[in-house]
Design a protein around this ligand. Structure first.
Ligand code: 3HC
Length: 283
């Protein structure tokens, strides 16, 4: 099966990034969101990123226009009736995701592949609300999508090998480097990454070092591009909290029990860069 037409559900940070990389790689992309303002914002971010590409000499005006010409937004998911692959990148809420997968199953052609960009939820739970669970997989991208090389390919108990192979070829066609993992909470990267961040928060809570020194230690000592607290602000503390809670609930592993400091900051609306304050302040 050849993938030509891609649909992306959700045009937020991840959905707009996925839309951009698909269009850059020659796919016809249709993206949807629940409100026009969300679509406008996401597509606006893509235009800004393409303009930056032109300014930096990585894209010509013609290439930029061709990429932009491959992207369309719609508020009507019924328009996804001709899509070969749909990637869901909506809110991390299982009830909402199930509604989306059930709707896509009715709208999309019977052979279309349905993927979720969820960072931690069970892909199988989304698959079983469709009549094509063998054609449902996880394709988990990383933020910022145009920059980050990794995509996790998540195989549920019932995803077919053929669909996994198509998913892998698709990720490679985007210039990404896939890894394969089982449909377990946090998959691979967040299982490892959250174990790291949860321990960082505990060290910070215990006052082992200042936030600046914690970040400096990992930037300079381990050559990470961002220290863990800067990274947490970048990801969003609400997102991290949500991932930790869902991993803790599923795995019952005390390692992932969210530290009190994280819960308090989320309650106070200190979510990181997106709210202007997290571990650090942002203008
Ligand atoms: N979109 C597109 N391009 C972007 C971008 C964005 N949002 N942010 C940065 N870039 C590009 C810049 O244009 C620049 O490109 P160039 O070198 O070709 O000109 C390049 O990335 C480097 O950007 P900057 O010079 O502005 O800044 P940095 O060198 O500090 O890099 C960074 C920024 C790429 C974000 C880097 O700090 C980094 O890699 N941080 C770690 C990110 C990370 O770990 N992400 C994973 C989060 S976890 C996740 O997503 C999983 C989820 O489930 C929680």
């Amino acid at each position: 099966m050849e993938i030509k037409r891609v649909g992306v559900v959700g045009c937020g940070l991840m959905g707009s990034g996925i839309t951009e990389v698909c269009a850059r790689s020659g796919y016809d992309v249709l993206t949807t969101d629940i409100k026009q303002e969300f679509l406008d914002k996401g597509i606006g971010n893509i235009w800004t990123s393409l303009e930056r590409g032109v300014k930096k000499g990585r894209l010509t005006e013609q290439e930029k226009d061709a990429i932009a010409g491959r992207i369309r937004g719609t508020l009507n998911m019924e328009d996804f009736s001709d899509r070969d692959l749909v990637i869901e990148a909506a809110i991390e809420n299982m009830a909402e995701k199930k509604k989306i997968f059930a709707a896509l199953d009715k709208i999309c052609p019977p052979n279309a592949i349905l993927a979720s960009n969820t960072s931690c939820l069970s892909v199988l739970d989304m698959a079983i609300v469709t009549k094509r669970p063998d054609k449902v997989l996880g394709l988990h991208f990383f933020n910022p999508v145009p920059v980050m090389q990794l995509v996790e390919i998540v195989k549920t108990l019932v995803t077919s090998e053929e669909v996994i192979s198509i998913g892998e070829a698709f990720c490679k066609s985007l210039g990404k480097q896939p890894v394969h993992c089982k449909d377990t909470p946090g998959f691979l990267a967040n299982r490892l990454g959250m174990a790291y961040l949860v321990y960082v928060f505990r060290c910070y809570e215990q006052g082992i070092a200042s936030k600046e020194d914690i970040d400096k230690a990992m930037r300079l000592g381990f050559n990470h591009p961002m220290g863990p607290l800067e990274l947490s602000d970048f990801i969003g503390l609400d997102t991290i909290y949500y991932i930790m809670v869902s991993m803790y609930e599923e795995l019952h592993d005390p390692l992932f029990a969210p530290p009190v400091i994280l819960k308090k900051m989320v309650t106070a609306g200190q979510l990181g860069r997106k709210t202007g304050k997290g571990f650090y302040e942002y203008k």
